[in-house]
Write a protein of this length. Structure first.
Length: 337
């Protein structure tokens, strides 16, 4: 397998994550063949997709002499929790600006899940109202840190830019290598899409490796049109770093918004069914905000024939388990499977 020309990174993951067939669920559905890429099993902070992006960003931050890292996100942000964990391991200060963008004020949402873990990890947490400009506040906090003689590094939203996307270009290579060794095909990768860097990295990585597998992003954040433009822009920039002589096709980025429901972090019936189905069929947990909706999208597109039963589909498990504990109320009644 060809290697990719990656920038400097540090190691947060402890090696390749497993690629596991979902035998029972694939049989239950009558196809497609489903493989699960276990990026929920990172070696740090409970695991999740942001670790691969942070490997590149934090290498750059350390090279700049940084002693304080800052990021913004929703109150139950997984990216923030993983940055706090990486900062703990590296001995950096960590400031999080967490925006209340989901209309919830119950104790589980405000104090459990990722919020609990952020505090345990020793991050300084600034909780702000949904309408606050969290990026401006981050810059203000960074300026304050500079004023105190510290060296801050502000992560982009969701750690999603071309540098962060390198993590998922490398993940694409890892998946192809594992599939080859296991005698599996890869026709399509399905992934939750929020800030877009994960999908962008996969798209750029597969293109750079000359692999024709489709990447279907299931939007969990915004209308598909906005997300598609964003993912395309990041993927183009990432591909320019990986293979400067290659260009991204106009239709390389596929984003499906049909399973977003009424908005970010708002549960849907299909999400609850998907979370229950995967738990009961495979003994594995999805999360309510990202992977639950993305898997619901996968099931929905299998049911309507968009994803064909003869395909082999890799579902990228991007983590998010702590979020389940902030969504107890959504699962008061488990849906019938
Ligand atoms: C568990 C989980 N899955 C998927 C995503 C989406 O990844 P991206 O923001 O790169 O689109 C996130 C982002 O926060 C996440 O926390």
């Amino acid at each position: 397998m060809k290697t990719l020309p990656l920038p400097q990174r540090l190691s947060l993951l402890d090696g390749a994550t497993p690629l596991q067939p979902l035998e029972r669920l694939s049989r239950h559905l009558g196809g497609p063949r489903l493989l699960l890429k276990r990026d929920d099993l990172g070696g740090l902070g409970g695991g999740g997709n942001k670790l691969r992006k942070l490997e590149f960003h934090l290498a750059r931050a350390l090279a700049q002499g940084c002693d304080t890292v800052l990021i913004d996100g929703g109150l139950q942000s997984n990216a923030s929790r993983l940055l706090a964990a990486a900062a703990a391991r590296l001995g950096l200060r960590c400031e999080l600006v967490l925006r209340k963008r989901v209309p919830r004020t119950d104790a589980a949402y405000e104090h459990n899940g990722n919020v609990l873990l952020d505090r345990l990890l020793g991050a300084t947490v600034h909780v702000v109202a949904g309408e606050v400009d969290s990026r401006a506040l981050l810059e203000e906090l960074a300026a304050r840190a500079r004023g105190e003689g510290r060296v801050p590094y502000v992560l982009p939203f969701g750690a999603s830019d071309a540098l962060g996307a390198m993590g998922y270009a490398e993940c694409a290579r890892e998946v192809l290598e594992q599939a080859l060794a296991a005698g599996e095909r890869v026709d399509r990768v399905v992934v939750a899409c929020g800030s877009g860097g994960t999908q962008a990295g996969l798209v750029a990585g597969l293109a750079a490796l000359g692999c024709a597998a489709r990447v279907t992003g299931m939007s969990v954040l915004a209308p598909a049109r906005d997300i598609r433009l964003r993912v395309h822009a990041i993927a183009e920039e990432a591909l320019a770093l990986l293979a400067p002589d290659m260009a991204l096709g106009a239709d390389a980025v596929e984003v499906d918004e049909a399973f977003l429901g009424s908005g970010y972090g708002l549960p849907t019936r299909e999400m609850k069914e998907a979370v229950s189905l995967v738990a009961r069929m495979e003994g594995l947990f999805l999360d309510p905000v990202y992977t639950g909706k993305a898997f619901a999208g996968l099931l929905g597109r299998i049911a309507d024939g968009t994803i064909r039963r003869g395909e082999t589909v890799v579902f990228l498990h991007t983590g998010g388990l702590p979020g389940l504990f902030a969504y107890v109320s959504a699962f008061d009644e488990a849906p019938p499977v």
